[in-house]
Write a protein that binds this ligand. Structure first.
Ligand code: GLU
Length: 306
């Protein structure tokens, strides 16, 4: 028997949801409905400096108002730091993590001094300064209370994984291959934990999709490249590789991507102005909602239109 489709919506409660979130949640929900599968809601609230409980409550409220239903209990990442710590320990035991004491300013200065500015998918590539510290210097600096982040030793991680290139599949863009060069040039030694955020997005999202048995990850195109790194984590931990459907991002009238930070109109404001859920789904491009016809959904979620 084929395994049932499990999709999820994984918002971060750093602000109120806007139309783009309704679209993302709607796509995941519909895909589960169409397949007779399961839809999960997960709260990605690891960034304790930016996430707020009132935004989590508002997520539940907004999605329920839109007519979505999800399984209980909802996983809240902030309640599972011990599990992420355990995953980090596994990497540490294999010598794949190292403490990095560099501040952002020091990294920028180091890059400027090198005369090169290698840019990856997420900005400047870390030059690897702290990868070369001796064990005793690491221990001394940690013992003295100097703040540090934990970085993945990417070259070492690549050496440990076999079966290159790694592969994953996106419904819109097709088969993807992940080479060691792509990871080294696209990410470098990524941060997997910081003092104020003890586990990174990349680690938690990949960990939880595996733990929760997610078989189809639907999310925005902005996270397309992140999946290359997630694929490496899956290989390191022996986690299953879900299917991916990176969908288009909703934009405003000027063509700019909707974003909480840029004051995209919150769903609750639309609701307060008297709009119905059906009207909001129409604005999000998912009307009539729920779509039960798979091909109509594909047309609307951007598959084939890029
Ligand atoms: N928590 C992420 C966000 O709100 C989404 C993660 C994902 O879908 O993989 O942007």
């Amino acid at each position: 028997m084929p395994s049932p489709v499990v999709t999820r919506c994984a918002p971060s409660p750093t602000g109120h949801l806007h139309l783009g979130h309704a679209y993302a949640a709607g796509i995941a929900w519909m895909r589960a409905q169409q397949a007779g599968g399961r839809f999960l809601l997960r709260i990605e609230d690891i960034d304790l400096t930016r996430c707020r409980p009132e935004f989590t409550d508002a997520i539940f409220d907004d999605l329920a108002w839109l007519g979505l239903t999800w399984e209980q209990p909802v996983r809240r990442q902030s309640e599972h730091f011990a599990e992420y710590r355990h995953a980090l320990d596994m990497l540490q035991d294999q010598g794949l993590l190292y403490p990095c004491f560099c501040t952002r300013k020091q990294i920028a200065a180091e890059i400027a001094a090198s005369g090169q500015a290698p840019h990856g998918f997420e900005g400047a590539i870390y030059p690897g300064t702290c990868r070369h510290l001796s064990r005793s210097e690491r221990l001394d600096r940690m013992a003295s209370g100097e703040p540090y982040a934990l970085r993945l030793d990417l070259p070492a991680a690549c050496r440990l994984v076999s079966g290159w290139p790694l592969r994953w599949h996106d419904e819109t863009s097709g088969h993807q291959t992940v080479t060691q060069d792509l990871l080294l040039q696209g990410f470098g030694d990524v941060v997997l934990a910081r003092k104020e955020t003890p586990a990174s997005y990349h680690l938690c999202v990949t960990h939880d999709d595996a733990l929760q048995g997610v078989t189809l990850v639907t999310r925005g195109r902005d996270l397309f490249h992140a999946t290359h790194l997630h694929r490496l984590l899956q290989a390191l931990f022996g986690w299953p590789v879900p299917a991916y459907a990176h969908h288009r991002l909703l934009t405003d009238e000027s063509g700019e991507r909707l974003a909480k930070r840029k004051d995209a109109k919150p769903l609750r404001e639309l609701r307060g102005a008297g709009l119905s859920p059906a009207e909001v789904w129409r604005m999000a491009g998912l009307a009539p909602f729920p779509l039960t016809d798979r091909s109509a959904a594909a047309k609307r979620d951007g598959v084939g239109d890029e």
